[in-house]
Design a protein around this ligand. Sequence first.
Ligand SMILES: [Zn+2]
Length: 335
Amino acid sequence: MMPPLSRRAFLEQSGLAMFAAGGLATLARPTQAAESPFKKAQIAITFDLEMSRMYPTREQMEWDYQKGNLNEATKAYSLKTAQIASEMGGQVHYFLVGQVLEQENVDWLKEIHTLGHSIGNHTYDHVYLLAKNRDDIQFRFKRAPWLIEGMEVDEVIRKNIHQTTVAMKERLGFGPDGFRTPGGFYTGLDGREDIQQMLLDEGFTWVSSKYPARGVYKPAETPIKDIFDELIATQAAAQPYVYPTGLIEIPMSPTGDVGAFRSGYWKLDSFLEYVELAVKWAIENKAMFDFLAHPSIMYVEDPEFQAVKLICDLVNKSNGQAEIVSLSKIAEQVK
Ligand SMILES: [Zn+2]
């Protein structure tokens, strides 16, 4: 992880220094809004299917080595979310870690697919696409380096992505709907034409890799209202765009559940309040809000599925000003 930046440095790096000076009046009209490619707000609900360190209890760290070994509660929460979203006219876009396809039963994934929800590729072992050396690729390979013996870093990463696509086709009977990088990158894949091209070569037309937030948002240290303001200001930097190679970027919208619950120790009420503000910002600006969460975290923090219900509810009450869509649907409009 990158070290947290000061608020000032964060704002400058995210090109949002003007927001700091202009305050809320400036926030209401980000430059992005005028250029929105969308006819109405695009709301995505995305769930990354992997185990998360420090869940269900804070001392749990072994998941770093077994990201795809989903427990029963995580799988049940994932499926129930799909059912709730379907009942409320919504849509969920999942990204799975390929290792989960080694488990005995994958019927829950087939059911999610049958309900009409999307499932994308999140690499086989949750590898770090920007790794420069072998030790940075993933914890599993640091502990068991013989698994990648004789392979270059970029080969390991490409194979980890390719194997997931193959595994999905063989075990589920369908291929991935898009690709999301493990971990979000502050500047996405900007300047990494090599990785953009590798993803195009692997059959993807879009990637979800950008996560333009670096602050640690702790309500214990900063008033929650200030945190909300800063996060809403960041939404303009989390909008889709096209890379020079033609690959489309569909960013993750800060803050996701990791930033809120694991790093920030937020209460659920604050998280829900923030999600509502972010969806409303997207509606006002005909922009995108890409809700990022993990069932392995949400079954602990939001056992009643309140976040997903809230998002569906807000969109259903928007008088047609917003729609819940898959990231592929968003990418089609960005072309
Ligand atoms: Zn992940």
